[in-house]
Design a binder for this molecule. Sequence first.
Ligand code: UFG
Length: 328
Amino acid sequence: MKNKVLVTGGAGYIGSHVVRQLGEMNYDVVVYDNCSTGSPTSVLHGELIIGDLADTEHLYQVFAKHQFSAVLHFAASLRVPESVVRPLDYYANNTRNTLNLLRCCNVMGVNQIIFSSTAAVYGEVGENPVTELVPTQPINPYGRSKLMSEWLIQDYAATSSLRYVILRYFNVAGAEPGGRLGQMSPNATHLIAAACDAALDRKSAMQIFGTDFSTPDGTGIRDYIHVEDLATAHLDALRYLEENGKSQILNCGYGQGYSVREVIERVKAISGVDFPVIETDRRPGDPACVTACADKIHKVLDWQPKYNDLDQIVYTTLAWKNYLQSKN
Ligand code: UFG
């Protein structure tokens, strides 16, 4: 058995894929999750402790009981539109709880952390693809809550032995090709999930939020990364820290952008369902185009993505949602 690691939010969408890969690599895993959006059934490996990062006493007990070599910190609220209407919840659950976790790491001598950050820290970027050196100017509370968490980690690392890998996720989508894991939360708001829901429901329409962006077809462009490849980046980051790598901030994306219309076309083609689409106003806080420069992650971690293909992302999402529907 390899080192013991703590995975906050390990019952959630991305965390559960990482936990499964950690299991395959023989890590000893403890998942700490309040299961507000995640599900115990998604934890395929290790021990699940139901708990909230706001409950510092419980968190200290967990740290005291186990000897963690590293923490992978996924637990967070992550819906951009929700963050605009409930900012305080986002600063509490994302920023304050990262502080709670760092305090535990400090007291208990854990000095490796992998942090789930987001491309939302960049905001409305002038130039694409976005490198890690582009100034961070988040335009919504979600992005700001994550950027503040990055600052906490960096400032603490500057005065301690903590080493970190901050991974800035672009648009995560898809599901485990094995069919056991995927996004559990109903009422999907993310584009690919929403389009797949419309395809499977057959009756319901989906919306395009904004057709007047300064992009070739007027709709928003994003860099969609398959969750399985994103999970692999965490395993690579962990190995990197174990081999004494120095702290890094790394974009996680493929460097390829697709517009909302292009995504919808692929979902229609792969599902074979011509679901109705309504064009409506822009959503508050949505930038026009965000794609990653992924050179650094390839170089630093030798990351080798396997599912760099929009069709694979759509296909695995449809398969997962079909499975969820068949269970209900
Ligand atoms: N969109 C629609 N209709 C929908 C859903 C989304 O037109 O039903 C559009 C959005 O307006 C946007 C694009 O599809 O142009 C992508 O929207 P998502 O909601 O799927 O994702 P976001 O880009 O808003 O945010 C996601 C994550 C963030 C991350 C960001 C990085 O939620 O955590 O990608 O670009 F920071």
